[in-house]
Write a protein that binds this ligand. Structure first.
Ligand code: HEC
Length: 130
């Protein structure tokens, strides 16, 4: 016994700063970015996204997704029949609108449904309801 209570300074070296906060932040950021960059599910070959198709193929002339006239007329709130729309899309209008005969009937049907979904539109029978 030499009277020394042996404090041997056993608290090893402390890490200079809390472990790797910066690394964690990076990880979270990377996760968030991965979430943002998740690719939209690619459209199956037999299904089109009519809104996307319209924006890509028709929006050049039918502006704002068909809501406004551009080189072509406004399509939103059209009073044309489905048959008329289908025919115009298929055959176009010489000198004014290209024909889209390469779109199959189902795709054209979806585009027509898309056009009809735009709105709000005044009720077509305004004034005639009892
Ligand atoms: C190069 C420009 C152009 C492109 C691209 C185009 N259109 Fe047109 N579209 C026109 C023009 C111009 C008219 C008016 C034709 C006329 O004089 O009757 C028209 C007319 C129409 C009409 C008839 C509207 C009405 O009430 O008379 C429909 C429906 C239509 N387009 C749908 C489409 C769809 C769907 C697409 C894409 C698949 C498309 N158009 C792409 C120019 C275009």
């Amino acid at each position: 016994m030499d009277g020394r209570s042996g404090r041997t300074g056993e608290r090893g070296p402390r890490p200079p700063f809390p472990p790797r906060l910066r690394g964690m932040r990076g990880g979270i950021l990377a996760l968030a970015m991965a979430g943002l960059m998740l690719p939209a599910a690619p459209a199956a070959a037999d299904h089109i996204d009519p809104e996307q198709l319209f924006a890509n193929v028709c929006g050049f002339c039918h502006e704002d997704g068909g809501r406004r006239a551009g080189k072509g007329p406004q399509l939103m709130c059209t009073t044309r029949s489905d048959a008329f729309l289908r025919n115009r899309i298929k055959r176009g209008k010489p000198g004014r609108m290209p024909a889209f005969g390469w779109l199959d009937d189902a795709a054209i049907g979806e585009i027509i449904a898309y056009i009809r979904s735009l709105g709000p539109c005044p009720p077509p029978d305004e004034g005639t309801t009892p």
